[in-house]
Design a protein around this ligand. Structure first.
Ligand code: FES
Length: 108
C-alpha cells in the first residue's frame, strides 16, 4: 500500500534546508537541493544519528554525530564506508504547494 503523506508547504522549506518528519514512526528527512525536494531516511546507518540535524551541502548530507555522508538523491553513502545506503522516498509537489512523500508500506 502506497500512502501519499502531506508534510509541509514547499515555500516553507528553503533551498539548502532540511526538516525532520516522523511518519507513523518512520523517521524521514526532507531536503531542498537547489529547488528540488528529496526525502530519505533520517537515521544514519552508523549509529542512528539524525541526518536532518546534520549539514547539507548541495546534495550531500553529513551526519552530525560522526561525519558519515550520503547523497540525498540516491541514499548512497559517500565516505566512509561506501556500499551502504539509506532509504529514499518519492516526493510530489501538489498543486496546493504541499510536499507529499510517498511511502510504500508493503502489502496491506
Ligand atoms: S551516527 Fe552517523 S556517523 Fe555515526
Amino acid at each position: 500500500m502506497i500512502e501519499r503523506v502531506p508534510t509541509l508547504q514547499f515555500d516553507d522549506l528553503g533551498a539548502g534546508k532540511m526538516v525532520y518528519f516522523s511518519i507513523d514512526g518512520l523517521p524521514v528527512a526532507l531536503a531542498n537541493v537547489n529547488g528540488t525536494v528529496y526525502a530519505f531516511g533520517d537515521s544514519c546507518r552508523h549509529e542512528g544519528g539524525p541526518l536532518s540535524a546534520g549539514v547539507l551541502i548541495d546534495a550531500t548530507v553529513t551526519c552530525p554525530w560522526h561525519g558519515w555522508t550520503y547523497d540525498v538523491r540516491s541514499g548512497k553513502s559517500i565516505v566512509p564506508p561506501v556500499g551502504l545506503r539509506i532509504p529514499t522516498y518519492p516526493v510530489e509537489i501538489g498543486t496546493d504547494g504541499m510536499i507529499y512523500v510517498l511511502i510504500d508500506w508493503g502489502a496491506a
